[in-house]
Design a protein around this ligand. Structure first.
Ligand code: PMT
Length: 400
C-alpha cells in the first residue's frame, strides 16, 4: 500500500500550457489509490477541459465558486477540510501572488485560504516572470509561512525562451507529495545507504560484477528520506535515475565505494550497506582491450576491501546495518556475517528465488538482531519492505 492510498488530494490546476500535465498527475494519484478532487481555475479551463480531468479523477471537477450545484454538492469549505494535501500544479504567478496576498476571489484561492492541509505548489511560467522580484518575494514569503514548493525545471519553454520555468517532472512533484504526507520518525537522523553492484575492471571493456539492480538500496534511501532523514545514497553502476530530494554519489568499484561510504559515514547516525559489493576483482586490469586469446582462460583475482567490516572496526555510536544475500542456511549465514562485521542488525533475503532478491520489484526479508530477536517482513514491494525495515530499526535501535 503506497503513501497516497486512501488520501484525499485536492489538485488545483491553473492557466498555463503545462495544465495538460495535470492529467498525468491525476492518473498517478489515482493509480496510488488516492481520491482526487480537481479544482480548475477559469484560466486553467482555457488549456484543459473539466471533462478530461473529471474522467481521469472519477470525481466532479469544481470550476466556479458561485456555481450553486457544485457549491451545494462539494463546497469550498468541505473540500478544504477533507484534503490531506492541496497540490497546485501548474501554479501561475497569478495564483502564487493571490495566495501570498490573501486574495480569495475564486474557488482555488478560497480553498487554499480555508484549508489546514499542507499546500504544495509547483510553479510553471516564463523564466523572466519566475525571476521577477514579485514572484521571488512571493515564493520566499510563502515558504516562510510553511507552504511547500517544487522548483520548476530548466529547459525550453513553450514561449521559446530557455531557462527555469518548466513544470517540474511529475515524478518529482509526486515524490514531494509523498515526503509531505509521510510520518517523520527519522527526523534529525543522518543516513547513508549503499546500493547496486560494483564493477571491477578487467580491461577497458570488460568487468566483473553481479546481478544487483540497485532497486532495494534505492528504495531504502527513498524510504529514509520520506521518513524524515537526511540521506546520502552511494550507488554502484545501475540504470536507475538519481532519486529526488537526496544526495547521490555514483561510484564503480569496491575501492571507490569504500572511499565514498567511509567519507559519508563521518557524522552519520546509520549506515545501511545494501550494495552487492564484488568480493573479488581482477588482480591486474589491463589498460588495453585484452585479445580473445589473451586471458589464457585464466583471470587472477584479488579480494576487494570489505566495507562493512572496515566500518565495524571503528564503529563509534553509529548504527551499522548489513544486508545478507543468501541461497542456503539463511539464518546461520546472516547471523555469522552480523557477528563478524560487528553489525547492529542484518537484513537477509533469499537470492535463489526469482520472485524476490536480485532485480525483482519485490522482496521478502528476515531481520536479525544481535540479541537474538528476528523480525519477518512478508512479500511486498521493495518500497514497502524498505519502510518496514526502517520502522523495525527505528523501533528497536534508533529511538533509544
Ligand atoms: O539491487 P537489487 O537488484 O534490488 O538486489 C538487492 C540485493 C539482493 C542486492 C540486496 O537485497 C542485498 O541482499 N544486498 C546485499 C548483497 C551482498 O553483498 O550480500 P553479502 O551477503 O555478500 O554481504 C553481506 C554484507 O556485507 C552486505 O551488506 C554487503 O554490502 C557487505 N559487503 C560485502 C562485501 C564487501 N566487500 N564489502 C561489504 O561491505
Amino acid at each position: 500500500m503506497g503513501i497516497f492510498s486512501g488520501k484525499e488530494i485536492v489538485l488545483g490546476v491553473t492557466g498555463g500550457i503545462a495544465a495538460y500535465k495535470a492529467c498525468e498527475i491525476v492518473r498517478e494519484l489515482h493509480k496510488g489509490s488516492a481520491s482526487v478532487h480537481v479544482v480548475l481555475t477559469a484560466s486553467g479551463a482555457q488549456f484543459i477541459t473539466p471533462l478530461t480531468l473529471q474522467t481521469l479523477s472519477k470525481n466532479p471537477v469544481v470550476t466556479d465558486l458561485f456555481n450553486l450545484v457544485s457549491e451545494s454538492e462539494i463546497g469550498h469549505i468541505s473540500l478544504a477540510q477533507r484534503a490531506n494535501l492541496l497540490l497546485i500544479a501548474p501554479a501561475t504567478a497569478n495564483i502564487i501572488g493571490k495566495i501570498r496576498n490573501g486574495i480569495a476571489d475564486d474557488m482555488l484561492s478560497t480553498v487554499v485560504m480555508a484549508t489546514a492541509a499542507p499546500v504544495l505548489i509547483a510553479p510553471a511560467m516564463n523564466s523572466q516572470m519566475y525571476a521577477s522580484a514579485a514572484v521571488r518575494e512571493n515564493v520566499a514569503t510563502l515558504r516562510e509561512r510553511g507552504f511547500h514548493f517544487v522548483e520548476p525545471d530548466e529547459g525550453e519553454l513553450a514561449c521559446g525562451t530557455v531557462g527555469p520555468g518548466r513544470l517540474a517532472d511529475v515524478g518529482k512533484i509526486l515524490e514531494m507529495g509523498r515526503i509531505i504526507l509521510s510520518e517523520k520518525p527519522l527526523a534529525g537522523k543522518r543516513v547513508v545507504v549503499s546500493a547496486g553492484p560494483t564493477a571491477e575492471p578487467m580491461d577497458p571493456v570488460r568487468f566483473l560484477s553481479n546481478r544487483a539492480s540497485g532497486k532495494m538500496g534505492f528504495a531504502m534511501a527513498r524510504a529514509a528520506r520520506r521518513l524524515g532523514a537526511e540521506v546520502t545514497l552511494v550507488s554502484g553502476p545501475t540504470a536507475l535515475p538519481d532519486p529526488h530530494f537526496l544526495a547521490t554519489v555514483r561510484v564503480r568499484t569496491a575501492e571507490e565505494m569504500l572511499g565514498a561510504v567511509t567519507r559519508e559515514a563521518e557524522g552519520a547516525d546509520v549506515v545501511v550497506m545494501c550494495a552487492a559489493v564484488a568480493d573479488f576483482r581482477p588482480k591486474k586490469p589491463s589498460s588495453r582491450k585484452i585479445k580473445k586469446d589473451g586471458f589464457g582462460l585464466k583471470v587472477e583475482l584479488a579480494p576487494t576491501p570489505d566495507i562493512l567490516e572496515s566500518l565495524g572496526r571503528k564503529k563509534g555510536s553509529r548504527l551499522l546495518v548489513g544486508f545478507a544475500a543468501e541461497t542456503d542456511d539463511l539464518a546461520q549465514n546472516a547471523r555469522e556475517k552480523m557477528r563478524r562485521k560487528n553489525l547492529d542488525a542484518i537484513v537477509a533475503n533469499d537470492v535463489s528465488r526469482i520472485d524476490i532478491g536480485f532485480e525483482s520489484d519485490n522482496n521478502e526479508v528476515r531481520i536479525f538482531f544481535p540479541d537474538g530477536e528476528v523480525m519477518d517482513l512478508p512479500l511486498a514491494t521493495k518500497d514497502g519492505i524498505a519502510v518496514g525495515v526502517w520502522l523495525a530499526l527505528n523501533g528497536k535501535l534508533l529511538r533509544r
